[in-house]
Design a protein around this ligand. Structure first.
Ligand SMILES: [Zn+2]
Length: 315
């Protein structure tokens, strides 16, 4: 019998899709984690179970450090990671990917940033377009971090920069200057906002950093004026619903309460993405299933969400 579940799966598989919010380190395939620390991670991690919830973003960071951080010691590891992660995307009929790596691995280790960009780009399967961003935390602009961040703006193959990490850390004055220099140098700008901080932080990233691609942004729903600003300035939200539920983002206790339904209905351009598949045990296809099952997105609406990713794709 052709069940509704199978029909949904076939539809999602047949839909050409994009991933525009995907952190490489948080997507690390478990085989690479096991290779880096033999014998230490033989069991599947607890975060993969559907009912797992993080208590806080700090706990997420601790778990990330525990599992993933030690694996990324060379550009070769990034290549191996990207090869597996991007192939998984291709298997789900993803045609366009924007992925990021964290400046912290360059600060702490002896790795060259441009080599990482090359390592990731050369891992792209045939027929897939890949863009690479470097992500940085609010407090990374010190010492070697400052030098790398200033330099990366001139790395040819780096598409852009992304502000990530704990959102509640203060937004330091260097950020607006660096974001401006990056834009002047032709780099593309993103920032994580409206995940743990309220709508006012989304506004700051749009107005002070000049960002038109907000990562998450879901808490903008708390302020109709910020929703209006997003629409006026043609800002896109790269939303990660399963990540939001597992991290218990303010106001979201289960998928059926996720504001992407309301944002979509209000005419805000949203994409859906998997964020950190290792840390959430999710896949992009499951994000589509969740929207259909828990938020009653029709096939036509899912098609629109997928198309949004192609509409904002960077040449
Ligand atoms: Zn993210």
């Amino acid at each position: 019998m052709y069940t509704p579940e199978q029909k949904l799966k076939d539809f999602v598989q047949s839909l050409p899709k994009t991933e525009t919010h995907l952190h490489l380190e948080g997507s690390c395939p478990i085989e690479l984690i096991r290779d880096a620390s033999p014998g230490q991670f033989d069991h599947d991690p607890p975060m993969w179970s559907d009912d797992f919830r993080y208590d806080s973003f700090d706990q997420f960071m601790e778990m990330y450090d525990h599992f993933c951080a030690s694996a990324f010691v060379s550009a070769e590891v990034y290549h191996k990671c990207a090869k597996i992660v991007l192939q998984k995307c291709a298997d789900q009929n993803v045609k366009y990917v924007e992925t990021s790596f964290h400046v912290g691995t360059l600060i702490g280790g002896d790795i060259n940033g441009e080599e990482i960009v090359d390592a990731v780009l050369s891992a792209a399967p045939e027929g897939m377009e890949v863009r690479v961003f470097m992500g940085m935390c609010h407090n990374d602009y010190v010492g070697l971090g400052k030098k790398i961040i200033d330099d990366c703006i001139y790395w040819d193959k780096l598409t852009g920069i992304d502000l990530h990490g704990p959102e509640y850390w203060p937004l330091e004055p260097w950020t607006a200057k660096v974001w401006k220099s990056a834009a002047d140098a032709g780099k593309f700008l993103k920032a994580h906002a409206g995940e743990f901080m309220p709508a006012s932080f989304v506004r700051r990233c749009i107005e002070e950093l000049g960002v038109r691609r907000i990562q998450h942004g879901v808490r903008c729903i708390e302020d109709p004026e910020v929703v209006a600003l997003i629409k006026d300035l043609d800002v896109t939200l790269d939303v990660c619903p399963i990540s939001n539920v597992k991290l218990q983002v303010e106001g979201i206790t289960k998928m059926s309460e996720h504001p992407i339904r309301e944002l979509f209905d209000a005419g805000v351009r949203c994409t859906i993405n998997s964020d950190d598949p290792f840390m959430f045990g999710n896949s992009l296809s499951e994000e589509y299933y969740a929207l259909a099952t828990d938020l009653h997105f029709t096939e036509k609406e899912l098609k629109k969400i997928a198309q949004n990713g192609f509409d904002i794709a960077i040449n």
